[in-house]
Ligand binder design. Structure first.
Ligand code: NDP
Length: 487
């Protein structure tokens, strides 16, 4: 077990435009905080439309040669990015941990998943083929899948490099050029990616990264007439706004939005596994994962037993210095989000919720100025209250008993969201019935966060529009053209 140390030199982040690390045209910068200390540790460009315009021009200029490059050559460059990310895993993970607040051991895992995204799509591009349909021997159709041109990728702060690469990799692999914006709250590893791309030999202008505020930089990307598709991951309210700007311009849109995911524990589950995994699905990354199960529904006959075992496991979750390998729960990403999560806990108490553990901010001795919140478990709330309806996106879960399969399905489906659901039962029929009845894009049975990059990823209802993952993302980033030939 190790404790990593911090380099105290103030870092200045640059935009990455046309292969160069450049300042924002305005010359203005924003403060970037280390959530584990509450201190400013870097400055990031406060870019605006003029920087996005330059990024667009560079991308547009690069498009012809990048899209026409032989796929094997493109594969080699994108695969090289994956190799370089892997070779710098520890460096990137420490940077991610300082920037985001997540434990460094978790960041290492996510950085290697970011490399996997590039590797997966580099290889997938070599297999991505046209389709052909024969009409009874007298005509043949073939469908060309052509890159769109310049596309926009906008990502959130919770899994910074992982989600950034989840969008950029398929966009590049299918021959598009990209204007991308990471969250202004967690820009560091996207900045480091700029340097990696140059080292990998990515041609100038193929990927452009513009840092800055969502309403300025994000909005300039979404409303730019030359940027033909937008892949966005973030909150539902932002997604709604983006759709209102992009839809009248007839842009292709992929929206991966918020969630309020149910975790259903049937009495016939493998109890120990259900308890242990539910602790992870509640609190991994401080509960700041869109796939976390924040509403835990437990069949009444095992409610008390589950509650006691769950609380016992939660007690072992050490909250503290993200750079210490013993830490299970790190810092909350920003002061604003820290206040938001605490505000939700207050609402839960006002709604009659009983706090079983946690419920407060903590100041670990190692990090007195940071934004930390104890893992919080609440019971005694109905399914309709705000705590069980609104996405909190922090280390806060509710426990609610249920009587029957029908009742729990109704409760699970009783929010505006539909992203993910976890089901715990050893009864095969019940598992399939519940999976078929719950409205969510992703269902896990007797596991959580078990990911296969080939599978469709995305949500229903207000959790999103479209699916990413595998060929879904590649279809999104291409325009299909059918050619019919009479024989
Ligand atoms: P936000 O919606 O606040 O921000 C996401 C990104 O959009 C950021 O880069 C942000 O920039 C940018 N942005 C903000 N306003 C605009 C705008 N007007 N136009 C264009 N871009 C804009 O989400 P968070 O960063 O707070 O992330 C948390 C949310 O993301 C949660 O709701 C979570 O559920 C969701 N999420 C969904 C996932 C999924 O796959 N469904 C996965 C992970 C997270 P800036 O930060 O600089 O303001």
């Amino acid at each position: 077990m190790s404790v990593y140390s911090i380099n105290h030199i103030m870092q200045v982040i640059s935009n990455y435009i046309n292969g160069h690390l450049v300042q924002p045209l305005s010359g203005k910068y924003l403060d970037n905080y280390n959530p584990a200390t509450g201190e400013i540790y870097s400055h990031i460009p406060d870019s605006d439309e003029s920087d996005v315009e330059n990024a667009y021009k560079a991308a547009n200029e690069a498009f012809k040669s990048w899209s026409q490059m032989p796929s094997e050559q493109r594969f080699k460059i994108i695969n090289k990015i994956a190799e370089l990310i892997d070779s710098k895993n520890e460096e990137l993970a420490i940077a991610e941990s300082i920037d985001q607040g997540k434990p460094v051991w978790l960041a290492k895992n996510e950085i290697s998943r970011a490399a996997q995204n590039f590797r997966f799509y580099a290889t997938a591009a070599m297999q991505f083929a046209s389709e052909s349909h024969n009409i009874d021997g007298h005509a043949v159709n073939y469908t060309i899948k052509a890159p769109i041109g310049v596309v926009g990728c906008i990502s959130p702060w919770n899994l910074p490099l992982y989600l950034f690469s989840w969008k950029i990799a398929p966009a590049l692999a299918t021959g598009n050029c990209v204007v991308a914006k990471p969250s202004e709250i967690t820009p560091m590893t996207a900045f480091m990616l700029s340097e990696i791309c140059n080292e990998a030999g990515l041609p100038d202008g193929v990927l452009n990264i513009v840092h800055g505020l969502g309403p300025k930089v994000g909005n300039a990307i979404v409303s730019h007439p030359g940027i033909k598709a937008i892949s966005f991951t973030g909150g539902t309210a932002t997604g709604r706004h983006i759709a209102s700007v992009a839809a009248p311009m007839f842009k292709k849109l992929s929206l991966e939005l918020g969630g309020k995911n149910p975790n259903i524990i049937f009495a016939d589950c493998d109890f120990d596994k259900a308890v242990k995994t539910s602790v992870s699905s509640s609190f991994l990354n401080q509960g700041e994962i869109c796939l976390c199960g924040s509403r835990i529904y437990i069949e009444k006959s095992i409610y008390e037993k589950f509650k006691i075992a769950f609380l016992k496991e939660v007690e072992k979750q050490i909250v503290g210095n993200p750079l210490d390998d013993n830490t299970k729960i790190g810092a909350i990403v920003s002061n604003q989000h820290f206040e938001k999560v605490l505000g939700h806990i207050k609402i839960a108490v006002e709604e009659g919720g009983k706090i079983l553990c946690g419920g407060k901010a903590v100041n670990p001795a190692s990090n007195p100025g940071g934004w930390f919140i104890e893992p919080t478990v609440i019971e005694n709330l109905n399914a309709e209250c705000r705590t069980n309806q609104e996405e909190i996106f922090g280390p806060v879960v509710t426990l609610t008993p249920f009587d029957s399969e029908e009742e729990v399905i109704q409760m699970a489906n009783g929010t505006v969201y539909g992203l993910a659901c976890t089901i715990w039962t050893e009864n095969l029929g019940k598992a399939h019935r519940t999976a078929a009845s719950v409205n969510a894009g992703i269902i896990w049975i007797n596991c959580w966060l078990l990911r296969d990059l080939r599978t469709p990823f995305g949500g229903m209802n207000q959790s999103g529009v479209g699916r990413e993952g595998g060929y879904n993302a590649m279809n999104f980033f291409t325009e299909m053209k059918n050619v019919c030939i009479k024989i």
